[in-house]
Design a protein around this ligand. Structure first.
Ligand code: NAD
Length: 278
């Protein structure tokens, strides 16, 4: 079994990004990222902190706009519009989830697609599904980088994606289809999950349920990508896969932590550089 070391790969990518940033700075351009965070969700706070730290490490300027839970939708929209017009800001992201009184679609559609470093704007999502150049959501993009690094040929492979959210499963499916894999997307209403996962050469899971994928659900030598992040009662961070049992049976597997998570951050930095160069 080969452990897919996302942490190491993310470190390598961040070194390359740092060189890119240094070059841009020689031309008096400092890439800038604006993060909008609404409310006080502890997990969101951790993610936003990690993103800001990663920006600092590679020399990207970042600013975090914190807003209270009861903020008016109009105020968020106006803040995004200001960021759209601000030349020192190249990338804008709104940390999800948003409070229930805020219309998420309206907020995401306000971001200038050229600054949409999370790739959640319908314009970028549409281009992604058409196989055109676009900003691609960071987590699935990070998974594709892992495939590239480990020279995994996706053509004709049976891939089962478990989890069909707009930010993980759906864009993951589009990327894999564009790479000519045969894609099976499962979700909460899938009738016999095991029947789907068992057939797959590659199983990609992003659900948020510890222990969802057990050893009997994967075939021998399958490749396992675990996107899930779950905090157990004892404080331990785990994915959606029963790692100890499944890792004995598969050919490749991503650990949690240290797999897809660090790649997501590296792809955010990469998308910010892409936006700066546009
Ligand atoms: P979500 O709640 O929006 O979507 C969950 C998906 O899982 C849905 O499509 C739902 O139908 C499906 N699902 C739920 N229960 C299921 C079941 N029993 N069997 C099959 N499918 C089921 O969640 P999300 O935002 O897509 O996040 C999913 C997980 O990925 C979470 O653990 C999240 O923390 C993690 N995540 C990790 C990263 C990273 O960088 N590693 C990034 C984003 C999300």
């Amino acid at each position: 079994m080969i452990l897919l070391d996302g942490k190491k790969l993310a470190g390598k990518i961040q070194q390359e990004i740092k060189k890119d940033v240094d070059l841009l700075k020689q031309g008096s351009i400092t890439p800038g990222l604006a993060v909008i965070m609404i409310g006080d969700d502890p997990a969101s706070r951790v993610y936003v902190k990690k993103k800001a730290e990663a920006c600092k490490e590679v020399g990207i300027y970042s600013v975090v706009h914190e807003m209270p839970d009861n903020i008016k939708e109009e105020t968020i929209v106006n803040t995004i519009k200001l960021m759209n017009e601000n030349n020192s800001i190249n990338g804008i992201l709104v940390q999800l989830p948003l409070p229930s009184h805020i219309n998420q679609t309206k907020i995401l559609e306000t971001i200038d697609p050229k600054k949409d470093v999370d790739g959640f704007h319908p314009f970028n999502m549409g281009r992604l599904f058409l196989g055109l150049d676009s900003f691609v959501p960071c987590t699935p993009l990070g998974v594709m980088k892992i495939f590239k690094e480990y020279e995994i040929d996706l053509k004709g492979k049976n891939v089962c994606i478990v989890g069909a959210s707009n930010i993980v499963g759906k864009p993951m499916a589009a990327l894999l289809l564009n790479a000519f894999a045969t894609v099976d997307v499962c979700h909460i209403y899938t009738k016999d999950l095991k029947e789907h996962t068992k057939r797959a050469d590659i199983v990609i899971v992003g659900v948020g349920k510890a222990g969802l994928i057990t050893e009997d659900m994967v075939k021998d030598d399958a490749m396992i990508i675990d996107i899930g992040i779950n905090r157990l009662e004892n404080g331990k961070l785990v994915g959606d896969v029963d790692f100890d049992a499944v890792s004995k049976k598969c050919s490749y597997i991503t650990p949690v932590p240290g797999g897809v998570g660090p790649m997501t951050i590296a792809m955010l930095l990469s998308n910010t550089i892409k936006a700066t160069k546009l």
